[in-house]
Design a protein around this ligand. Structure first.
Ligand code: NAP
Length: 249
């Protein structure tokens, strides 16, 4: 498969979980990949080695996406080190779960700054470059909770719903300049983020899933690879749920 031959991709939060799977899949399809991470340098280096093993070029770039100046520097460094930017996947995300009445300002602000502010700041920086080159594909990783809400996650659900609205607005603004923007909304995917949940919560979640099984990071990566490829050249402003049939109506 070489749908992405010659393309340069930046994936945020690509050291672990879904982001790492996306970076690996884009590399398998021929892309060069900038692997952003926050703290997991060794894990990011392993993803870089994978990309190089697949025949691509790769760099590990540390940046906290909650820091707007760091996001601009991240995009600038990607362009400088790899020679361009054709594909942006905004994947980095965190959870700070709590019930509404117990949620601290810190929990609210951290999730909004990382999961929504980060998508804005990286997209703004990348968008300038893509508009100038009149080409580009952006995929933002939202969540099914943006569509249906979730007890204990008002901060996370609000941020992920914001990501969908941001995606649709960016899709409208940048379409005339040849840039597409879409979102994926994963359901329950087996990663570190969901690994700590108690068995009872996992079983209750499984009951909600039509296919009765949890997803793998590779399931999300496959949808992202499609959306950033020319196979999706006539698709923009869309949200694809990758959730085993958890939320369809
Ligand atoms: P994960 O296993 O916890 O990995 C999170 C990744 O994001 C790591 O690579 C981490 O980097 C990076 N990251 C966290 N904060 C960052 C920051 N401030 N700046 C830069 N990178 C940062 O999570 P995941 O399950 O793969 O989730 C990936 C995305 O999918 C998130 O946006 C999440 O909300 C979304 N999602 C996940 C699920 C699910 O069921 N797992 C469902 C729906 C949506 P370090 O390793 O360096 O810390």
């Amino acid at each position: 498969m070489s749908r992405l031959e010659g393309k340069i991709a930046l994936v945020t939060g690509a050291s672990r979980g879904i982001g790492a799977a996306i970076a690996r899949r884009l590399a398998e399809e021929g892309a060069d990949v900038a692997v952003n991470y926050s703290g997991s340098e060794q894990a990011a280096r392993e993803v870089v080695s994978f990309v190089e093993g697949a025949g691509g070029r790769a760099v590990a770039l540390q940046a906290d996406v909650a820091d707007s100046a760091a996001c601009q520097a991240l995009v600038d460094t990607c362009i400088e080190r790899l020679g361009g930017l054709d594909i942006l996947v905004n994947n980095a995300g965190i959870t700070r779960d709590n019930l509404l009445v117990r949620m601290s300002d810190e929990e609210w602000n951290a999730v909004i700054a990382t999961n929504l502010g980060g998508v804005f700041a990286v997209t703004r920086a990348a968008g300038k470059h893509m508009m100038k080159h009149r080409a580009g594909a952006i995929v933002n990783v939202s969540s099914v909770v943006a569509l249906v809400g979730n007890r204990g996650q008002c901060n996370y659900a609000a941020a992920k719903a914001g990501v969908i609205a941001l995606t649709k607005s960016v899709a409208k603004e940048l379409a005339p300049r040849g840039v597409r923007a879409n979102a994926v909304a994963p359901g329950f995917i087996e990663t570190d983020m969901t690994g700590d949940l108690p068995d009872a919560v996992r079983e209750a979640a499984r009951e909600q899933i039509a296919l009765k099984s949890f997803g793998a990071p590779e399931d999300v990566a496959a949808a992202v690879a499609f959306l950033v490829s020319d196979d999706a050249q006539y698709i923009t402003g869309q949200v694809i749920a990758v959730d085993g049939g958890m939320t369809f109506v």
